[in-house]
Structure formats: C-alpha cells, structure tokens
Ligand binder design. Sequence first.
Ligand SMILES: [Zn+2]
Length: 697
Amino acid sequence: MFILTEKASVAQAMVDALGGFAREKGGWYANSTGDCIVAAQGHLLELYEPEDYDPSLKTWSLDSLPIIPSQFRYKPIAANAAILKRIRHCFDTYDSTDFILATDAEREGELIGALILDYVHFRHYDTARRFWVSEALTPEVVRRGIQDAKPLSHYTAYKEAGYARQQADWLLGMNCSRLLTCSARKLLTFGRVQSAILGAIYLRDKGIANFKPVPYWQFQIEAKLCNVAQFSEPFSMLMLFGEGDRVADRSDSNLRAAEKTIAQGATLTTESVTSEEKKENPPQLFNITGLQKHCSERFKLTPAKTLEIAQQLYEELKCLSYPRTPSVVLGDENIDVFKEKYNLLSKAYTKLAEGCDETNISAENKRIFNSKKLQDHHALIPLAVLPASATEEQKQVYFAVAERFFQTIKRPFIYKQTKIIATKDGYRFHAEGRTVIDYGWKDKDDTDGKESASLPPISQGDTLTITKAATLQKETQPKKHFTNASVLSLMENPKGETEHTEKLAGLGTPATRAEIIESLKRRNYIKQEKQSLVITELGTFLIETILEVPELKKLIAISTTTAWEQQLQDSPASFLSGITSFTREEVPKMRVTREWQPKDLGACPLCSKGKVFEGKKAYFCSEYKSGCKFIIWKSMNGANITPADATLLASGKQTRPKKMTSKAGKEFTARLSYSTAENKVTFAFDKAQKRATLHTF
Ligand SMILES: [Zn+2]
C-alpha cells in the first residue's frame, strides 16, 4: 500500500491509525511489509510563467498579448522542491498497485494530487483509490476511510474542474494584468473573481459617496394606555399621511395642523389592533461561509482567521468536522452520527443544550438531514468536547459551531406581531411591535438588533393618553459599506437568493473566499476601516481603468462571473474553451488610455524644481533624471515613514515622535526632520529627551 496525503498532519493520523509505521530519515513513513505514507504540503507544482514558454515574454509588453500556451505545462514550486523530490523517491522505491490518494477532499485537493501523480509518471490509475473523508481523522475514521476508498476514477470531474479553474484564471490573470500594467504604467493585478468582487465594492462605495440625503419629517407621539386595570409604559406612534408615515415637506398642511391640534394630555381611540403569530425556525447548521460571517460579526475575526482556526480544530484538536464545506445539511444516513454527538456533547455542555428536543433528530427533518442538498462534505458539526488546552479564539469558533448544532433541534422562536391604529380628530397614528410568546432556539439576552418595540396589551376601543408629541426631522440613509460578512454573502450568493437553492453557483469556493478578501487587502486595493471594507485610491484606479474598457467591464460584471462559475461546475471543458476564446478574441481589442498619476507629495526641497513622489522603497524627486538626488527612505531605524510624513519632511517640518531602534538595538523616540544640506533625514529630540538618549548613537 502507498498513501499520498496533502498535509503532514493527515499522514500522521494515518500512521497513528494503521500502526507499525516508522519515520524514515528522508521524512516519509514505512513499515516492514514495504508500505509507504508520504505527505505533500499543499501545491507542489505550479503553471509555467509566460517566460518559461518563451524567454522573450519576460519583458511585459502589449505587443506580446494575448499569451495562450498551446499546452499548459507545470513546474515544481522552487520553495517545495525538496518535498517533491522526496515524493518522487517514494514512488520509485515503494511502487504499489494499491495506491491511495489522500489529499483534501475537494476540487483543489484533487488538483494537487493529480499534478503530483502526473509529475511522477504514475502508472496504476486503474487500481488507484481515493480517500475521501469529511469527518475528523480519528483512528477509526481513518481505518474506515481507507477500507471504503472508492476508485480514483470516480473523482475525475473534480480533477477536470480543478485544472480548468487554474488554467482559465492563469489566462485571464496573465493577459489582463499585463495589458493593464503596461498601458497604465502601474502594476495592476487582474483576477477573474477578485476583480469582480472589487468592482462590487467600488460601486457600493461610489453609491455612498454620491448619495444625497433627502430630508423628511415625521410627527411622533408617545402614548400610554389609561385603563385603570392596566398600567403601561408609554410607547411611540407615528402619524400617518395617507399610506406612509413621513412627509417630504416641512410645511405640509397636515403636519402643521397636527402640530397645532395634537398635544400632551389629549386622548386617542384605538381604532384597530391586528395581531399575527409568527414563527422563526431554528437556523440550519453552518457551512464555512456561514461560520465566517458569524465569527466576523460576533468576534471580529477575519474570514481567513476563522478558516485557520476551524482547520486547527479539525486537524489538531480533532473536535470539529471538515471545515471547508459548502453544505448546511448532513446526509440522510448521518442521523446516528448526530445522535451520538448530541448524547456526548449535551452532557458536557448542559447550558447550551437547554431546550433541545431530541425528537427533531429524525429523517423527517429535512433542514438537517437532506442528501439532495449535500455538496462535497456535510455541514460543520462539533465531533468531540473541546480540549482544555484550546486558545481563546479556538473557543470562540468551536462554541459558535456547538451552539448552532444544539439550536438546530430546539423549538421555533414564536412571537406575536401586532399593529395598532389609533385616531384623534381624524388624525391617524400607527405603531408596530412584537410580543415574544416562546424564545425557543433564541437566547433571551442575545438581541440581534432586529427586535422591534414591545407593546402593551391593547384592545380595540381602548383609550390612549398622549404623553409627548414632537415633529422629527430625519434624512434618508445611504447603503452601508461592505463588511467581511456582507462580501462573503455576495460571493456565496451573488444573485441575492434568500434560500440555499440546490445548485447555486457562488463565486470562488468556500475555501478560497477568505483568501480573495486577503489578497485584495495585500495588494492595497481595499482596506479595513473598523468593520467596513472600503476601496483604496489604487483599487479605484484599477476598477475605473477596467470600466473604461468594454470587454473588461463585461468581464467583471457579477452576472458574467456567476455564469462562468456555473459553467465551471457543469462543464469544465467548455468553461476553459470559453475563456480561451475570450482571451484570443477580446484581449487584442482592449484599449486602455488611463495612466496612473502618482500622487505628488509636495515640492522637492533640494532642487525646488521637481515634485516628491512615492516609490516602492523610498520617496524621490520627479527631476531625478536631471540629476536631483533627493531621497527619503520609507523605513528608518524600524520606523515607517508614511506619505504624510514625507510631505511634512519635504516642506521643512518635523514629523510626530516615532519609536525607533538604534543600530545597537536600543529603543528610542525622536521626531524626524529633513536636512537639505546633507540630503538626509535626521533625528530631532525634545529637549528633556536629548540628554537621556543622545549617547546611544
Ligand atoms: Zn529635486
């Protein structure tokens, strides 16, 4: 037997489960009967760069576009070359027809495995099997997974989708990034999904920036029930102007009249009270995107962080099921697993399990058990009690999953939604509120901000006394900026469907969504401001440049990207050939006219002719070609010199005090100033400090 895993931790779990293996010097595991277990480390091979096909393509130029390899080729990733060499050695030494591929059970894992097998000229495809398990890898699960491993050929569709996704993204990325960069004279990176998401953030931010608030007015009263038998707190009501409760004109005659007539002490008659009982079913189990949204809102963890922690809980602490899952259900046959985990965990976490109804663990409960809606892996569930060694963040993520697990079998949340209309001299007022009948799965103390006002028990004909009356001036509000959670929602559900439909093509995969956000941040296209994700100046430039080119504009429309993702799922081959023809036909038509104008940070103090610009590592003068040597390095004694600092320095001013480290390793604080005489940034100390720190240089 020969097993290839994607991760070292999986190889270790196999070794633990099978027994009899010892670690060899070369870094793999072998037993006395010639079986071998060896681990990769994520991707070990990558697509050729353009210059690997043709050295002349090392120089980026518009003339060489489009770049379309006649056949895609792969090369080892230099940093992982040793691991690949080890794996090849193992394939040579422990050649076995009983081969089991145990890379991660999803599209990307399938691709990682396929590329390695191709690289080592694997020969036993006809007998090879695939280890495909989404439970935590306890010894029992590993043994069963190996026993039940199906032929590798059953997973060909994943492999094809993996290749197509990677090659299509290469084509669009390489060609469009080079086109944009060469035309605009600024490094700009295009990504099929990434640029579509950035485009959506751009549109949202622009909508907010251009939003013109429209003022409106409301006439609000506070009233209380004056039955002798009932004491009630005042509650607010709004006057109705026809259908709505607002007017756009301060001098509206009805509003003016009401202000004169309706005052404290006046009474209203309740004209109608309508109540409707409403029910909110417990939420479904988490998939990874749902968990990431929850942890972002609740604990302010980034989606990447949540994924990382969930992976630790799965791999290291073995208390969580496989995290990279798109499903919110379990399979029809998973009832026993659910029951077993419930019995185990309800004893450990009695408080969380309060209110659970075990009869809901049944095949009838399609919200939990539904093989038709299962994709790749089942939903996230806790598998074991959280080890005491868990970190604070591991606790947060684990208990988010555990709490949701118990909630799914609790009673529905039931409340009465009540509408009241009361009148006074022909003026009509309305109020709406809810009375909770049964909290069910909801935590009483955990208000989600959607709670509406509670109303006293009022009946038709009751008299209300006005305790307060006032005109409110308000204005319409723009949409909110995107957050980590709402960007994930957009990627998961780009068409805005409210229910999980059977086959909804989201953007990216659950495992890559967090990385898309991180990558946009790393490239300085978006930044996080408190909870909001907002576009940067560079991101705006990139999108506005893309929008100027009709072929590219179409490419980043969410509708185009969604249609392509659907095609990638349905037919990887036609997806790739579609992208290839697009690249061949459309890229040569694209014309970019915008050019990046670096922001001028002020006049050059040295030559006073040029302007100061930001470079990669330093600020420099636009007249450098005529010999101006002005330079301010971006990093100095460990302190970061921002563009704002550069502006201060260039205009002869001092920066704010900065914490720095001397060459001898001592920390000190100093302001910085620029000396024209020396063309150098120098330290400026506050008087008291000077004596104390000067000797450290
Ligand atoms: Zn200059």
